[in-house]
Design a protein around this ligand. Sequence first.
Ligand code: NAD
Ligand code: UGA
Length: 460
Amino acid sequence: MKSIKNICCIGAGYVGGPTMAIIAKKNPHIKVTIVDINAERIAAWNDKDLSKLPIYEPGLAEIVSEIRDKNLFFSTDINKAISESEMIFISVNTPTKTYGKGKGMAADLKYIELCARNIAEVAKSNKIVVEKSTLPVRTAEAIKSILHNTGNGVQFDILSNPEFLAEGTAIEDLLNPDRVLIGGESEDAIACLANIYGSWVSQDRILRTNLWSSELSKLTANAFLAQRISSINAISELCEHTGANVKEVSKAIGFDSRIGSKFLNASVGFGGSCFQKDILNLVYIARSYNLHQVADYWEQVIIMNDHQKRRFSDRLIKTLYNTVSGKKIAFLGWAFKKDTNDTRESAAIYVADHLLSEQAYISVYDPKVSDVKIQSDLNYLNTRSEAENLEYVNPVTSPYEALKEAHAVTIMTEWDEFKTYNWEEIYANMKKPAFIFDGRNILDKSEMEKIGFEYYAIGQ
Ligand code: NAD
Ligand code: UGA
């Protein structure tokens, strides 16, 4: 088995950053270099001020400060890092295509292909190339073809090693993974990677499969996880019509060990950069094999999620006497979940967009999301002009300022601090009747009603 002394990771994002930080921490004898074409992002990773790191993730800054410039490096010199390394991880983004064939469904693999071509061009010695990004099943075939046809006659072994971490708990997930999955054709290459994880993960948790099972398992895992949320969200609507309480239903079904209690929190809808993208990709792949029933089955998870976001804002408008025009609506939370600064596909963006189309004024407070990000998330939708978004949306740095004189407050992210606010004071400063729309079911209904609020939660 080849001994690995230098690792390069292309893509310094939410996966590349934390994953490589843990690999480097647990393998002090290996030099790990994370490279990116985004110079601003690399500069932020190298910033002395740890609050400037591009990604907020509990525990990450401490690890970066411990090993940065020892055996963990961040650089824009991609070619140098590729040529120095025996193992190269590809951890670039694979968003849904926004153009051409497969627009709105298929994964855009242009960044993956660029990486493969870059490696092929630069490599002068044998390399193990590891797919860390989430990819459609059979992508390794395309990567192999690029590497073998444009390379310099060196040997490439391709591995699929999908990442299962969730944002907000990335460090914990990486340190104690349920499993590590490695798919490949070369036993030796698989052993090299298993050996690196073996520094802290027991070998019986390191699963070895063929390339295609590994690639497909990642899409399948995300589809199953998202399906649980859409399933419980579907039941939440039925609860609202029948007097059942979705929290009680979740608990009751979760006690069945075959169902399990995790991932059954009804919400305003799942967000994040991967669930929607990966299910759309799965649907697209199924359709490309003419498996229309399979495609329709999984597409319903997305349809349910869109419905959940829409019915949240519809319910708010209906409750506020069928109009929010000119009314101030406060948003607590903008990130797609707590403990992250990531806002990709956050339900908050879509709920805000709908309310803005009804001429509401929106004030937003999120502990980790900047005002610039909030505006750019809305501008990206292109529903109205940037000037209008600036006029109607007001991101603020204090929750009490966001809530002052508001007609209603919506809880969009389950940040722990929201539960500790002085809700009596908030009530006193809001317009009456004061409404709460709790998109995360984090507040206590009876306590809020005792204060005087009209409280609406999901599935209650
Ligand atoms: P990200 O957008 O945060 O980071 C990707 C980085 O790759 C960006 O900084 C970008 O500049 C860089 N990049 C793109 N093309 C490049 C190139 N040719 N050369 C060098 N750098 C390049 O994305 P992410 O959230 O880290 O996701 C990466 C992959 O991991 C995706 O396929 C995603 O589906 C998968 N994934 C993400 C998560 C998650 O929680 N975010 C979890 C598991 C898997
Ligand atoms: C998810 C998976 O959990 C990871 O295993 C996977 O690696 C990752 O996608 C990926 O491939 O990117 P992530 O999107 O970071 O991780 O976060 P989750 O904890 O899965 O939450 C996703 C969304 O579902 C959030 O908006 C969250 O609030 C929502 N959610 C989650 C619910 O509404 N209810 C729940 O019970 C759980």
